[in-house]
Design a protein around this ligand. Structure first.
Ligand code: HEM
Ligand code: ISQ
Length: 154
């Protein structure tokens, strides 16, 4: 699906909002993931040994923000180059990390949902179908690229 210039602007705008409150949105993303995919909890090294989502864990925040940022970049690249152009070495790395952990196709869908709902909450009334469509397409393409690396590696 082709993205419009407006969609690129919308995604950049929402990324600016997300960036302003990293600790909060990181936690929210994890809470959402745990809601839809409770079995994923023990996959994350920084969640494994606690009953709750640790509130001030720098590793957790950095990871969550990377997921938002990579998805955002994927949208921009799709607009500007028509393809996801994350450096091949980064994709290979992401492919091997997720393969080793045993992430499934279904979990990719669940994380997508968690990500979209977290952004929706963050941007409040700025949320729109157009914005959702843009983040969704960016995520799908990025997920497909990671899954392709995982299958390559298997
Ligand atoms: C690790 C991104 C999908 C579970 C990571 C890392 C990144 C990332 C950047 C850190 C890699 C590193 O340590 O260098 C993404 C993106 C996704 C995606 C962009 C989708 C487009 C998923 C899904 C799951 C998942 C669907 C399943 C629940 C994990 C786990 C780790 C990880 C468990 C390891 C965390 C740890 O260090 O313990 N991911 N991921 N990811 N991801 Fe994902
Ligand atoms: C890694 N992979 C997928 C989703 C994530 C969410 C939060 C933190 C790290 C993640």
């Amino acid at each position: 699906m082709a993205l419009t210039e407006k969609q690129e602007v919308l995604v950049k705008e929402s990324w600016e909002i997300l960036k302003q409150n990293v600790p909060e949105y990181s936690i929210r993303l994890f809470l959402r993931i745990m809601e839809v995919a409770p079995e994923a909890k023990n996959m994350f090294s920084f969640l494994r040994d606690s009953d709750e989502i640790p509130q001030n864990n720098p590793k957790l925040q950095a990871h969550a923000m990377k997921v938002f940022k990579l998805t955002c970049e994927s949208v921009i690249q799709l607009r500007e180059c028509g393809a996801v152009a994350i450096a091949g070495s980064t994709l290979k790395h992401l492919g091997s990390v997720h393969l080793k952990i045993g992430v499934t196709d279904r979990q990719f869908d669940m994380v997508k949902d968690a990500l979209l709902r977290t952004i929706e909450e963050a941007v409040g009334e700025k949320w729109s179908e157009e914005m959702e469509g843009a983040w969704g397409v960016g995520y799908d393409q990025l997920a497909a690229a990671i899954l392709a690396e995982m299958k390559d590696d298997a």
